[in-house]
Design a protein. Sequence first.
Lengths: 794, 296
Amino acid sequence: MRTNGTPTQLTQGSRTRGGIGESTLRPDGTLKVTGEFAYSSDMWHEDMLWGQILRSPVAHAEIVSIDTSEALATPGVYAVLTYDDLPTEVKHYGLEIQDTPVLAHGKVRHHGEPVAVVAADHPETARRAAAKIRVEYRELPVITDEASATAPDAVLVHENRTDHHASHVSHPNIVHRQPIIRGDVEEARRRADVIVEGEYVFGMQDQAFLGPESGLAVPAEDGGVDLYVATQWLHADLRQIAPVLGLPEEKVRMTLSGVGGAFGGREDLSMQIHACLLALRTGKPVKIVYNRFESFFGHVHRHPAKLYYEHGATKDGKLTHLKARIVLDGGAYASSSPAVVGNAASLGAGPYVVDDVDIEAVALYTNNPPCGAMRGFGAVQACFAYEAQMDKLAAKLDMDPVEFRRLNAMSQGAVMPTGQVVDSPAPVAELLRRVKAMPLPPEQQWLTAGEDADVRQLPGGLSNTTHGEGVVRGIGYAVGIKNVGFSEGFDDYSTAKVRMEVVGGEPVATVHTAMAEVGQGGVTVHAQIARTELGVAQVTIRPADTQVGSAGSTSASRQTYVTGGAVKNACELVRERVLELGRRRFGTYHPAWATAELLLEGGKVVTDGGEVLADLVDVLGDEAVEVEEEWRHRPTEPFDLRTGQGFGHVQYSFAAHRAVVEVDTELGLVKVIELACAQDVGKALNPLSVVGQIQGGTTQGLGVAVMEEIVVDPRTAKVRNPSFTDYLIPTILDTPTIPVDVLELADDHAPYGLRGAGEAPTLSSTPAVLAAIRDATGLELNRTPVRPEHLTGT
Amino acid sequence: MDFLRPASWEEALAAKAEHPTAVPIAGGTDVMVEINFDHRRPEYLLDLTRVGDLYEWEVGEDSVRLGASVPYTRIMENLRAELPGLALASHTVASPQIRNRGGVGGNLGTASPAGDAHPALLAAGAEVEAESVRGSRRIPIDAFYTGVKRNALAADELIRAVHINKADGPQQFSKVGTRNAMVIAVCAFGLALHPGTRTVRTGIGSAAPTPVRATVAEEFLGAALDEGGFWDSGRIIPPSVARQFAELCSAACNPIDDVRGTAGYRRHAVGVMARRTLMWTWESYRGTDRATEGAA
């Protein structure tokens, strides 16, 4: 620090580079592409043991007996735990309803439910020991659908329910029910010139993240445990783990380790408690890594759904009413089913103006695999149905499907079926206009200069099934609406700790949050926000852990909004303190310290006119300025249980797609040629990341349109394809060009005007592809994913 | 699990004779999956990767002797002219990484009805060179597949090579999967025209307990082509003949419903592939160059 304290150089302040709005590169990108990124499954500890879970081979059975003696006697085995070994009275966990046993107690309710855990000094030893545990099951009838769940003599999946939804459902095998009633459907139906009805089926999709569930629990000297794990929300895990272990939360120290994708599948606990129990029991570090097969049983899936829709419209193309019933299969445990129900119901009408609405959504308890959060969260299933309905209505009215949608599209100021006014831009018609206006890909791109067809451009690809025979092009459109952030009155806050100090002669900001970076690019955005707000070049992002307050979940398209908002807020508070420090030190040297709007830019304090007042290095000197602060978006409120009315959602997000497909109509094979997307993101903090999110979401939607489905045997409720051999996800040859048109219409309620972006493209992609296939084939196709059998009638 | 690593073919045969339960492994495409899934836990693994001979091929006057471990990538790159059907099938095997490792010996050893090479080997008319310490023999491909994932090898035998006649006419291969790459066949079809003998051979994958030929369809088509003088005239095959050929190919299937597809779809798809591959090969045959590969 200079002795007289007077800034000597009053040059123009340089704008800070790498701030918001720039496509700065993500720090994990190169590492991931080159295979050097350390995922949670790569962790290693001297002297560690390997945990292995024994899972139920049947979907529904009483456990008559468990004999662990042979497993325990296996050399190399350190512990075998069952329900009876759980240390406290808290033996269940769950995101909303604590109905999931840590280890099965007396009964298993789904195929793959954890029954016992083993720790051994080698993973293969642990696997073999687990196979030696003798469990005697007495099988029970399986509940697999609404009819079997609500039959008068139905076996109850959960007896003696005491959760907060138990009192308002009509049957104990229904997790939650949410009606949305507005206007008078019976009356409005009379005004309809046309009515279309449809029954739609949405298959069970898996998140299929590439990094399987894994983590490392290390027992600590204070009797606590350090847990390194790939998850989506550290503090929600902590809240569920600590009571089962009988430890105060401060003795369960969690650190996020490298996450290989999430998409909702890491919201629920997987191996966390099991690893901690084994570590505390054995006094040794315990690592658990699921293999791919186990991963299909290790997390919840997207709810499969049956959707019954009736829409009416006048002959000039205005929607009159909507009556809908959405039945979601929640599987054996509640997970986030209640919130999925709220979303499916409240967003069930789509981004359209329709005044008279009667929607009912329910989630069932069954013996199918548990379902919960997945990208799009209830809005995906509804979008598949209402978009099919829009096409049917347009066809019946002999109208262009895009024109029909635009006639009914909502815009800012529209009233949702929940009564909530949409109080920020809702450019639904504009998004549709933009995807429609994009140039179409050329026809017959498989024709090459020579005589041979380029089979890569054809349905079937290199499998060489057609050289153009039977191939018909189809085009389809869809648009969707997704809520951003946690809804229905949830206290959806985040915490950020920001520190500013001089390191090595440079001002440096350190950002510390508990936000789970699961690949969405949050850490990149946090650094950009800190640069913009604090005018520094160097930003250090601390690893996410529970030593700082909760950041909430990396889901619901919320992290840039909420934790980004928290970082922005903490930066602003730091900036105020830095400026105070500056005023104290240098205020007397320049009147602008007292009178002007001051900014931090390019490592300097500048006036809004651009005049430099001081170097941050001089202002800070030896001091560090640090702020930890919670930040909240505006509150929401629960939906009325009878009418569904309420200010339930904090923000809405919209995307539209145009799909161009080519279908081999004889073989029923589909090649998606192009999936054009237009989406409003309010403000693209990192445009490259935003486009990546849109392309990823679009591809995930394509997957469930034409291939992705967990197949559950309806007689046994057992999963038939728990591997990447038969659970197919799109390869690069299945992934079309995805031109993206990003709109930036600011939402004044949100930081920087941004709008959560990650989920909306997953909604409209699927129905757009289905619409295009219907266009090519003339088939009704009320089910997704579409299989060759459906297209060939075989 | 013991891992046997013979340095030569003779050592490999001796090891297999000593340990008849030993599971040979080369590319590992099938064996490693089964081990990882814990579907089998063999007492011995017999690693053949040090036996260099298995990675070589010889192009003879009339046929190709293809070492059991020659990777699919090599077949695609080097044997397209001689073995066009097998080269097309090789293109559809899994991913580039797996095509760099896996070879025809593995497909034959596993003898899964879904192995991609089988329809092409059946259509081309291959012979499997099997050997043990007792001696060497050649097993005609038609007699090789004996049941679901079972083959004609004796417990002490190893596959050394496959002998495949060089294409004397156009060959084609098609495979249906529910994604456009890296997919296990829902069903597959191979077709080879043999103008030299004025015969047609087929191979069907994943549509019966074993890979099979559609012999009735072959005989029907052979007779129709012969009687109509098509081999000489090179006339377009009438749609009715193509349709009946397709139906007979469908009829040769004995498929099941499973998680990858229905029996009905498999029968249907084999018929469509039969008709299309017939058209492609015949178009090539009619072409001036009498190409050995259908337009692909």
